[in-house]
Design a protein. Structure first.
Length: 429
């Protein structure tokens, strides 16, 4: 039998839109009147599914609905899904930051949470004082915290600023210290949201290595939410896919990731473009991104996939509310597992300085991107000088379809990313 350390039973969370708090006094009285008569909450029946892209008719929405799972001691559970799927809401319930509308959480041992940058930190206190504060919240004694203090400070890399108020820390420094506290004060369950993305590449590698150590060597349980599929695949032993507040799949991590990629990113193959929601008060934003393919004769393809050898066109549609100078665009192509394999950057290809004071489209045509058959995802970004001003990570996917690209009747094979056309000859000595 597995040593189950965390169990969620029929967890649901309902919110009322457009209000502060749980609702109006009349609604609270109505709930109370039903409760004392032993009847069901009347508002549980009127909530709608959590689909942020569709206009609803009810002011009540289910952020989560009937979530059930269990995690054994030492397991690492990766929770993945689109933005707004309900991942962070679930972690807040597991961490007891908020209570579920229905259902119950059963756990054994301390739970340490890292849900947002600076979670549980008092900005007026120094880094050292916040370590003791967080430790006390976790139920640690002062002696226990002191014994771990040097390890925490060393891992965070903030030794020089440890006696400086954390309000003067950068977001990266804050998350470094917060993660070190959560990891080294030995909670039985460590809950980590997307917050690690704030850290640099070196720290992310250290943090993932530390989570692997505490799960494998120390037998502690980790719940990990991230949009970095490479990190999720390398760290997690199990996965849970959430869509619109409901569990779609729970099981093997590779199956979970593959299902997520197929159901979300690669669903754009039918349209080969994605439109992004416009946000107010943003001086510049990407409104649409389109991927299309052309054959060697320049004819546009209507296929849901891209044939090997096809020319790829990437179009970034931008809304700009002010003038920009020296704009740069980037298209980063990664495998479905998160390995980056190609980068197309405007400033590395041309010396033209792009200037604009209105809406525009950046278009890149890649004629020699020789990708092997498989699934790929694209990240796009805009920068002015050396500062990133807009980015959409892994926002769209496309599939390369195998074909006789050499015209020899044979298709290139192998678990590789790129192919090359080479002239072979044999020189006899």
């Amino acid at each position: 039998m597995k040593d189950i350390i965390l169990r969620a039973e029929n967890i649901s969370k309902q919110y009322r839109l457009g209000t502060v708090g749980t609702g109006t006094l009349s609604h609270d009285l109505n709930r109370w009147w039903h409760a004392i008569r032993g009847k069901e909450d009347p508002y549980l029946k009127v909530g709608e599914t959590n689909d942020r892209s569709a206009k609803g008719n009810s002011e009540y929405v289910w952020a989560l609905q009937d979530i059930n799972f269990e995690v054994a001691k030492g397991e690492v559970l990766g929770i993945i899904g689109k933005n707004g799927a309900g991942k962070s809401t679930l972690l807040k319930i597991l961490s007891k930051v908020t209570a579920p509308t229905t259902g119950v959480i059963k756990s054994r041992g301390r739970i340490a949470s890292l849900l947002e940058v600076g979670t549980g930190f008092n900005p007026e206190l120094t880094g050292r004082e916040n370590i003791y504060l967080n430790g006390a919240i976790l139920g640690m004694t002062k002696k226990e915290i002191t014994s771990k203090l040097d390890e925490i400070v060393a891992f965070s890399g903030c030794e020089r600023y440890i006696d400086t108020p954390t309000k003067r820390y950068s977001s990266g420094m804050t998350v470094r210290l917060a993660f070190a506290v959560a990891a080294f004060l030995e909670p039985e369950i460590l809950v980590v949201d997307e917050v690690l993305a704030v850290g640099d590449a070196e720290f992310q590698k250290k943090a993932i290595g530390k989570m692997q150590d505490i799960s494998k060597s120390e037998g502690r349980t980790v719940l990990f939410v991230s949009h970095n599929m490479a990190a999720v695949r390398s760290l997690c032993t199990k996965g849970m896919l959430i869509e619109h507040g409901k569990t779609v799949f729970f099981g093997d991590i590779d199956e979970t990731i593959d299902l997520y990629l197929k159901s979300s990113i690669f669903s754009f193959n039918s349209n080969n473009y994605i439109e992004f929601e416009e946000k107010e008060n943003m001086p510049i934003q990407i409104s649409k991104f389109e991927v299309s393919s052309l054959n060697s004769r320049g004819e546009r393809s209507n296929s849901s996939g891209v044939l090997m050898g096809d020319i790829l066109e990437f179009s970034i549609f931008v809304l700009a509310k002010q003038a920009y100078s020296n704009l740069k665009a980037s298209v980063i192509i990664s495998t479905a597992s998160g390995t980056r394999i190609a980068a197309i950057r405007s400033n590395e290809i041309t010396d033209i300085v792009y200037e604009t004071n209105g809406d525009f489209v950046f278009k890149a045509t890649a004629s020699d991107l020789k990708l092997m058959p498989g699934d790929y995802v694209v990240t796009i970004a805009l920068a002015e000088n050396n500062t990133t001003i807009a980015i959409k990570e892994e926002c769209i996917g496309f599939s390369i379809v195998p074909t006789d690209v050499y015209g020899t009747g044979r298709i290139p094979k192998g678990n590789l990313y790129v192919y090359s056309e080479a002239k072979w000859e044999l020189n006899q000595k």
